[in-house]
Design a binder for this molecule. Structure first.
Ligand SMILES: Nc1ncnc2c1ncn2[C@@H]1O[C@H](COP(=O)(O)OP(=O)(O)O)[C@@H](O)[C@H]1O
Ligand SMILES: [Mg+2]
Length: 274
């Protein structure tokens, strides 16, 4: 008789990394206004791409801002790369922000500067004013060029940023974020201004970076199928509450419908002639 040996446990289970971001019961209110986030829990693990899905006004940008100390936390906690965001003061906030690469809908490049210089400004995060004035080292320049190569636009390095297409500008913004050696990337609606082909390319790039560099990428989207196509996990927000948090492989459009307002659903039904 041969002995049947039990299969070894999956490697992932024996080596589950600690989350880089851990948000618990987070509440945010602007001024005397209502709670814009109410009891949000969120973990982000190294190497994963998490899509933050929700209609306009659901609190996606506010959640991202709360991770870098730009939103007023009124309850709960947000731990980011060892920082307790709600308790940080100026100097430590700067350290936190140096650890977080950010990508925005409107790219936020300096249009009259070269593509290379825009990427190099990523190296200024966390640097004091002396470094900012002192110019960039040749090591910085080489790294910026290598990053432009990585995002596929090294041939545009000397061009003015404003002459590039939207998709190319977003690649520059991603290279600039990588220049920071970020421990986390936050991408707030990074493809909302791009056509479908560019959108897929940029989201593929972000997911590749998360995997290859072993950092979490949190990317907010309001288009459901983009979230399903380009993430490992989806967190669905509605009116500041997390209604869905699941591996993308377990989700479909029907399960994500709950994320959208009933009024949106009615509108879609009207559009479909029901
Ligand atoms: N600076 C602010 N002051 C007051 N209210 C704000 C501010 N920023 C966002 N809000 C409100 O918070 C809610 C969530 O907004 P936001 O986080 O921008 O959502 P999303 O990014 O999902 O569109 C909205 O009701 C919005 O009007
Ligand atoms: Mg937003």
């Amino acid at each position: 008789m041969t002995t049947v040996t039990a299969p070894p446990p999956p490697a992932a289970r024996t080596a589950t990394p600690a989350p880089l971001v851990s948000v618990r019961g987070l509440q945010v209110a602007y001024g005397d206004g209502p709670l814009v986030l109410d009891g949000v829990d969120l973990d982000l693990f190294p190497g994963e791409t998490v899509a933050l899905l929700g209609s306009s006004g659901s609190g996606k940008s506010t959640l991202m801002k709360s991770l870098t100390g730009f939103a007023p936390i009124t309850g709960g906690s947000a731990q980011v790369a060892g920082h307790d965001v709600g308790t940080l003061r100026r100097g430590r906030l700067r350290n936190l922000r140096a650890d977080v690469g950010q990508v925005f809908q409107q790219f936020n490049l300096v249009g009259r500067l070269s593509v290379l210089t825009n990427v190099l400004t990523g190296a200024l995060h966390g640097a004091g004013p002396v470094n900012a004035v002192g110019g960039f080292s040749s090591a910085d320049r080489q790294r910026a060029m290598a990053l432009l190569d990585r995002v596929g636009i090294a041939h545009k390095a000397k061009d003015q940023a404003r002459t590039l297409s939207g998709g190319q500008q977003q690649r520059v913004a991603i290279a600039r974020a990588l220049m920071q050696r970020p421990r986390l990337i936050l991408a707030d609606e990074p493809v909302a201004s791009l056509d479908p082909t560019m959108s897929h390319q940029v989201l593929d790039l972000l997911q590749e970076i998360a995997r290859a560099d072993g950092i979490p990428v949190l990317v907010s989207l309001h288009v459901l199928h983009l979230a399903l196509d380009h993430s490992d996990r989806v967190v669905g927000l509605r009116h500041g509450e997390v209604l869905v948090s699941s591996p993308t492989a377990e989700l479909d459009a029907e399960r994500l419908a709950v994320v959208y307002d009933v009024s949106d659903a009615d509108q879609e039904a009207d559009d479909a002639g029901h």
